[in-house]
Design a protein around this ligand. Structure first.
Ligand code: SAH
Ligand code: SF4
Length: 358
């Protein structure tokens, strides 16, 4: 059997594995064992699954594989944030960023920001991933493998805390790869796997309305983050082409629908760009736009990206003043704690450096 048609075990849930083992003429109880090796122990090689028996291992080796990802580069920020560049089996690169929160024992956590696609078709002008265009969707196995690969790194470094929070804010638009994203979320949440609580997973979208509604209908307790970045259609369409297709009133309808379905608070991401979206009238526009929604605004000083000299990053004082104005207007707003800016923390930047593509 050729390499290409081998099935990736990391893309499989318990039902897929049960069906596979039936096909192979193996007893059903093997499915649980196989699932545990793949998704709990996160083995990297089929031969590492010691208790499956030689016959089954041979069958698995013939028909299946485990997503291979090579760590191509790792950068460590002064604040401890680590950025990983992985090469996929087909040569493409993806990134993820590990943020370690320390302090009180109860608050310690390792949060991993992962990618959902190679590249992105949405073309936001301030975004390094957007500048490089779309290559392909990641499989569910490639999505969970980012968590598993970083867990292996953590063990090597002697960090006893595995990844416990996942944010889909790396490369790509998760709503345009929704089936694989939801499959990966279910695998990461599985009690026989990593057991990452659904509430500790965040999906971020630029506002692809039909898929947001489909996502709302799943009624998942995931955190939904919406990349807003501008308070009116004229500004938003200027930097986010998706806004031409799904303007703000449609986006806000989708947000209200999501809230009706899930009752979850929505997070709005707002990259603050000096002189562009940080004026007093923008505070008033945001207040009107978000009226009636249970939401939080994350204000992020825009990250400088190559070829985006027009986006100037506001200084600390300007950011604080804007947040204060939002709060005075009655909105929930805070500055998102920034991590890893010295290591190209913004999405898509590291891949751009390696492939020469921004
Ligand atoms: N495609 C999804 C998720 C990946 S992008 C989305 O757009 O929401 C993750 C977040 O990084 C988004 O909020 C995106 O707008 C933001 N982002 C991209 N480039 C940025 C930059 N240069 N500065 C600040 N935030 C940026
Ligand atoms: Fe794609 Fe998100 Fe970047 Fe826009 S901000 S180009 S949607 S990854």
């Amino acid at each position: 059997m050729s390499e290409r048609v081998k099935k990736d075990l990391r893309s499989m849930g318990i039902d897929d594995m049960t069906a596979l083992l039936k096909e192979l003429g193996q007893p059903a109880f093997r499915a649980k064992q196989l699932f545990g090796w793949v998704h709990e122990k996160q083995v990297q090689h089929i031969d590492d699954m010691h208790n499956l028996g030689k016959g089954l291992l041979a069958q698995l080796n013939e028909q299946c594989e485990i997503t291979a990802m090579q760590l191509e580069r790792k950068q460590v920020s002064k604040d401890g944030t680590e950025k990983f560049l992985f090469q996929l089996a087909d040569g493409n690169y993806i990134e993820c960023v590990l943020m370690r929160y320390r302090g009180d024992m109860s608050k310690q956590r390792n949060t991993l920001c992962i990618s959902s696609q190679v590249g992105c078709a949405m073309g936001c002008t301030f975004c390094a991933t957007g500048q490089g265009g779309f290559v392909r969707n990641l499989t569910a196995g490639e999505i969970v493998s980012q968590v598993y690969a970083v867990n292996h790194q953590l063990i090597e470094e002697g960090d006893t805390l595995p990844v416990g929070n996942v944010v889909l804010m790396g490369m790509g638009e998760p709503m345009l790869n929704l089936d694989n994203v939801l499959k990966a979320v279910a695998l990461l949440n599985d009690p026989q796997g990593q057991q990452i609580s659904i509430r500790r997973m965040t999906v971020s979208t630029c506002g692809v309305v039909p898929q947001m509604k489909a996502f709302a209908d799943k009624k998942l307790d995931m955190v939904l983050a919406v990349s807003l970045h501008a308070p009116n259609d004229a500004l938003r369409s200027g930097v986010m082409p998706v806004n031409n297709r799904y303007p703000l009133h449609e986006l806000m309808d989708a947000c209200r629908y999501y809230q009706k379905q899930t009752r979850n608070r929505i997070t709005f991401e707002y990259a603050l760009i000096a002189g562009f979206n940080d004026q007093p009238e923008h505070v008033a526009q945001l207040k009107a736009l978000l009226k009636g929604l249970d939401c939080h605004l994350n204000i992020i000083p825009v990250n400088p990206v190559a070829n985006t000299a027009q986006f100037s990053r506001p200084d600390r004082k300007q950011v604080a003043a804007f947040v204060k104005a939002l709060q005075n207007a009655g909105l929930n707003a805070s500055v998102r704690e920034e991590k890893g800016t010295d290591i190209d923390g913004a999405c898509g930047q590291l891949r751009g450096k390696v492939t020469g593509k921004q």
